[in-house]
Design a protein around this ligand. Structure first.
Ligand SMILES: Cc1ncc(COP(=O)(O)O)c(C=O)c1O
Length: 310
């Protein structure tokens, strides 16, 4: 699927307990979140398994949604179980056997100044079919990335570990610049000049058989795919270390890959027009891809607790 393809509409969206027709799930123009980005969200995937549809690490995603809401002071009353069940319901009622799930908690109307306290807090959950975020060809042969001229938001002005909607303007700038200049994706450095992550993915580097990934302190999102890939690789006896990485480390890497719910495990074949390793996805990247795809599709008994059956 092309990165810019139109999204596949499903039929209904969960809005605070009601299933609303897809095109009818609308918000008023004076929605606070529309003006100031005062919302938090999640991105979750469900996969087909031999035992039916399963949502990957659903609880961890909903717990992160709650932490994002708390981080930005959004009074969110739902408990984790209710939202988990709502995600399953959205898949069921849309007849989706696999797909992407997007919960959003946002300030709607009731306040239009910067203090959102008087605005109503609303929660919606949509789901739809979504193929490889960085393209099937990218998954197979790797993508071309550039170092963004934009720096990743820092903890001094935002909360990098939260998925706050407004903070994604930073990712949008980096992504637009990358695509406009002929690349598939952007990698951002942080304010210290160390590597942080992609516009919507975490980064891994392989050198001499050891896997490295920037630490949370580098201002990254604490990715659930990142954590899963670390566990999967370590369980195969591969050493994984969190370490600050420089732009030069990227150029000299044997292998590089991105991880994310949308991007899954996507190899990087070039950074700033320099080939990485052999210019083809390397063996550890391939292993991470196959472990992850086996885990999400229920083929690995020891990681079945990551699956939430619909
Ligand atoms: C900025 C950013 N980094 C990393 C990720 C990957 O996180 P996860 O693996 O939890 O989807 C995402 C996607 O949610 C993201 O938006």
């Amino acid at each position: 699927m092309c990165q810019n393809a139109e999204m596949e509409k499903a039929t209904a969206i969960w809005m605070d307990g009601e299933m609303v027709p897809w095109d009818g799930a609308q918000v008023p123009f004076l929605t606070h979140a529309l003006h100031y980005g005062t919302a938090v969200f999640e991105g979750i995937r469900a996969y087909q398994t031999p035992d039916g549809t399963a949502i990957f690490r659903l609880r961890e995603h909903i717990e992160r949604l709650g932490r994002s809401a708390r981080a930005y002071g959004i009074p969110w009353d739902y408990d984790v179980e209710t939202i988990m069940e709502a995600c399953r319901r959205v898949l069921r009622e849309n007849g989706l056997e696999a797909g992407y799930i997007r919960p959003l908690v946002f300030y709607e109307t009731g306040a239009i100044g910067l203090n959102p306290a008087a605005a109503r807090v609303r929660t919606g959950i949509a789901a739809w079919e979504w193929g490889a975020y960085l393209g099937e060809e990218g998954i197979r042969n790797g993508i071309r990335v550039r170092i963004s001229s934009w720096r990743r938001i820092s903890g001094e002005s935002f909360i990098p570990t939260a998925k706050g909607s407004g903070q994604y303007l930073n990712s949008v700038l980096a992504k637009q610049e990358a695509v406009a200049t002929g690349y598939d994706e952007a990698l951002m450095l942080n304010a210290d000049g160390n590597v942080s992550e992609g516009s919507g993915e975490n980064l891994f580097l392989v050198r001499d058989g050891v896997v490295f990934t920037p630490p949370i302190a580098a201002g990254i999102l604490d990715g659930i795919t990142r954590a899963s890939v670390i566990d999967l690789l370590r369980s195969e006896g591969i050493e994984v270390r969190e370490a600050n990485l420089t732009r030069g480390d990227l150029y000299g890497a044997d292998e590089l890959f991105l991880t994310g719910t949308a991007a899954e495990v996507t190899p990087i074949r070039e950074v700033d027009d320099r080939a990485i390793g052999t210019g083809k996805p390397g063996p550890i990247t391939r292993q991470a891809q196959s472990l992850y795809s086996d885990a999400v599709s229920g083929k690995l008994e020891s990681w079945r607790h990551w699956l939430d059956f619909v």
